[in-house]
Design a protein around this ligand. Structure first.
Ligand code: PEP
Ligand code: MG
Length: 580
């Protein structure tokens, strides 16, 4: 049966392939023998997880009154499986008799049931083993709380280029692992369009759609899928006509991309002769090749925290020095902007090891980025020393995330001075005049930008967080994704104010958030006075093409008029004219 799901388009392009389901039940659940006095507690934990999933199914059922009957029937089936004594009771016996932990008991019983289903001759019954697995996965997820990195299911014997990863959720650490694979695309049930998962999807240069709600439950392994990452559409089991149509569209997109490649060595300059810097955002030293291939004239944002994500401990100074040096040398004299760790929120190493007691209930507003670095001076000094040491190989600029207060800037600059002075003591070479810049990604920083302009060499606007904090919209939450609006007048006011203030005092300012890579916003930003953009490498040529067809002198007064509007419809209308 063919059906279509709609989600958030986060990485453009079209992929056609087979579903490759990733699940948390493929995780090795821990096998623990619990002490006799813990047995009752473990049974209660199991029952509580079942109850939470039961409630979730009931809520889903309530919400599906208005959607398809199919989905309603599907939820009914899963509720039945969940309540079946084979799943709801037998694991409790296993916990009591064999004293295994709840997850292990449940997975053992799941394997027994799946075995029974797979022996049926009837195809319908055989396929119910999928449903058993899916229900168990839901319960396991409840039991283990927030899942960590997902185990990559083996794709042995299958060509990864033909596989489309389907998952309920992928953490940034999961996606980083995909850099070593060649999947055709991925889709998930949850996630926002500027979540770090989405950002990584774009850096993988494969189509991706997030926020599909129930894809993971509705899709079966090996079903044929079309992912349209440009429109946010997923088609399951398409018929031959639709397949042909999408094959054609895929070829057209590839043709357009190859045409754009001709601009790789073209100068990034507007029609009225204004040079625009186009830099790349990277996560790993291995991304340097992509950045150069995309025509980047420098690295505008190296998100260093991704280097070490999920490895379980802090990287040593030598390991970091190695990584930073590789990037600087790879860029062959072009500027490299290295951002100090932006850990916390959705990016933790091994949270319990690194953050220890510091885990928080509201991490986006908690000890994240520079706040964490200042609270962990040893970790910060190690990173600063490694970056400074790498600066002897080329032009490094140091970028500090999430600053909002004057005293944070002062403490940061003092920490940099300490790192420099320790290196001087060791007679280690580094760039004494290294430039230090601030990310402007908190509304307070954008409003009081003078604090930064007086203390810093350059600014880089992080629109992903700036929008999140201005509009109070969690960038990773697909439920509020429609409210995440880069064109909200408040966002535009903050951008225009920051850019104009920096221009007045001659301090370079760039944008390194996802906005910078959206060609439909390039003219708006040029008109605001922006002259430096940093984006994931795959976007550089499309933005360059728009720049080469734009005239800054003409854009400035039009954008000034656009910025006087507060009505979203008017802003959109003016933007359409600007791009027309
Ligand atoms: C941003 O917030 O816009 C940014 C560039 O940083 P990150 O996406 O890593 O938070
Ligand atoms: Mg940010």
């Amino acid at each position: 049966m063919s059906f279509t799901l709609h989600g958030l388009p986060v990485s453009a392009g079209i992929a056609i392939g087979q579903a490759h389901l990733m699940s948390h039940a493929t995780l090795e659940v821990s096998h623990l023998v619990i002490s006799p006095r813990m047995v009752d507690k473990e049974v209660a934990r199991f029952e509580a997880a079942l109850a939470r999933v039961r409630d979730e199914f009931a809520a889903l059922k309530g919400r599906t009154q208005h959607s398809s009957a199919e989905f309603g029937a599907f939820i009914d089936l899963h509720s039945m499986i969940l309540s079946d004594p084979e799943l709801a009771e037998v694991p409790k016996d296993l916990i009591r008799e064999r004293r295994c932990n709840a997850e292990w008991a449940l997975v053992q019983q799941m394997e027994v049931l799946v075995d029974q289903f797979e022996k049926f001759d009837d195809q319908y019954l055989r396929e119910r083993s999928y449903d058993v697995r899916q229900v168990v996965e839901r319960v396991i997820k409840e039991l283990v709380g927030q899942p960590g990195r997902m185990a990559l299911k083996s794709s042995k014997g299958l060509k990864e280029e033909n596989l489309i990863v389907v998952a309920h959720d992928l953490s940034p650490a999961d996606v980083i692992a995909y850099k070593e694979h060649h999947f055709a695309a991925f889709v998930t049930d949850v996630g926002g369009s500027t979540s770090h998962t989405a950002i990584l999807a774009r850096s993988l240069r494969i189509p991706a759609v997030l926020g599909l709600h129930n894809a993971r439950q509705l899709i079966r392994d090996k079903e044929v899928l079309i992912v349209d990452g440009t429109r946010g559409v997923l088609i399951v089991n398409p018929d031959a006509r639709i397949l042909d149509e999408y094959r054609l569209r895929k070829t057209q997109i590839e043709l357009e991309r190859s045409k754009l490649r001709r601009l790789k060595t073209a100068r990034s300059v507007t029609l009225d002769g204004v040079d625009i810097d186009l830099h790349a955002n990277i996560e790993l030293p291995g991304d340097v090749a992509n950045a150069l291939d995309g025509g980047a004239e420098g690295i505008g944002l190296f998100r260093t925290e991704f280097l070490f994500l999920d490895r379980g401990d802090m990287p040593t100074e030598e390991e970091q020095f190695e990584a930073y040096s590789t990037v600087v040398k790879g860029m062959g004299g072009r500027p490299v902007t290295i951002r100090t760790f932006d850990l916390g929120y959705d990016k933790d190493l091994h949270p319990e090891k690194v953050l220890g007691e510091r885990l928080q209930s509201n991490p986006a507003l908690g000890l994240r980025a520079i706040r964490l670095s200042l609270a962990e001076p040893k970790m910060f000094q190690t990173q600063l020393r490694a970056i400074l040491r790498a600066s002897k190989y080329g032009r490094i600029r140091l970028l500090i995330p999430m600053l909002s207060q004057a005293h944070e800037i002062d403490h940061t600059l003092a920490a940099i001075e300490r790192a420099k002075s320790s290196l001087r003591g060791e007679r280690a070479a580094f760039d004494e005049a290294i430039e230090v810049g601030a990310m402007i990604e908190i509304p307070a920083a954008a409003l009081a930008v003078g604090l930064f302009l007086r203390r810093m060499h350059f600014l880089s606007i992080g629109t992903n967080d700036l929008i999140q904090y201005t509009l109070a919209i969690d960038r990773s939450d697909e439920q509020v994704a429609p409210l995440y609006d880069p064109l909200h007048p408040a966002v535009l006011m903050l951008l225009a104010h920051t850019i104009a203030s920096a221009e007045k005092v001659n301090i370079p300012v760039s944008i390194c958030g996802e906005l910078a890579g959206d060609p439909s916003l390039t003219r708006l930003l040029l008109g605001m006075g922006l002259r430096q953009f940093s984006m994931h490498p795959a976007q550089i040529l499309a933005v360059k093409q728009t720049i080469m067809q734009s005239n800054c002198t003409e854009l400035a007064p039009i954008v000034r008029r656009l910025l006087r509007h507060e009505e979203p419809a008017k802003i959109r209308e003016q933007l359409a004219k600007l791009n027309g």
